[in-house]
Write a new protein. Structure first.
Length: 172
């Protein structure tokens, strides 16, 4: 809320060292705002007699001082509101960035989940290949051993047949 100088009404400054200020509307929204603020002056107002010489000068001086205090107060309000707006803009940017990052994280988590599923399936298939290859190699080794044994048996039996045929004088 930004408060401008014309938004403030004054109460009598001659009763104490502070005065009440009523904010009649918000500068930005133009909506009525019912707020009372206490503005403290640096020194209490001096009591005076109506016939005191220079009364109007004193009132004029105090009125000018009040106007200066009020103007400074309004500037402070405006500066605070500006800082708040800047901060709000930064907060909105950060929230937008956070939402964007959360969406990206969600997308990446989904992608990671799909990659993990695919990887699990591929690892399972590879393990099946490894098992099949190991079983096939073992069977092949048995076949090789059997083939070698068969070859040895055939050679030995072939020599035995040749020796028997030679002993019987059978030409071949």
């Amino acid at each position: 809320m930004t408060i401008k100088a014309h938004d403030l009404l004054y109460c009598s400054p001659f009763t104490s060292s502070c005065l009440e200020v009523l904010v009649i509307h918000c500068y930005q929204t133009r909506k009525p705002v019912k707020r009372k603020l206490l503005l403290f002056c640096p020194q209490p107002f001096e009591p005076f007699d109506v016939l005191t010489p220079g009364l109007f000068d004193l009132m004029s001086h105090q009125g000018a001082a009040l106007q200066n205090y009020n103007n400074e107060l309004v500037k402070c309000f405006e500066e605070l509101c500006k800082r708040r707006e800047d901060l709000q803009r930064q907060i909105q940017q950060d929230e937008t960035e956070r939402a964007k990052l959360q969406r990206e994280i969600s997308v990446l988590n989904d992608k990671l989940s799909r990659v993990n599923e695919s990887l699990d399936k591929k690892l399972s298939t590879r393990n099946e290949y490894d098992r099949t290859i190991a079983e096939s190699e073992a069977a092949y080794m048995k076949i090789l051993e059997s083939s070698q044994t068969l070859l040895t048996v055939l050679k030995r039996e072939g020599q035995n047949i040749v020796q028997k045929a030679t002993a019987k004088n059978v030409p071949f």
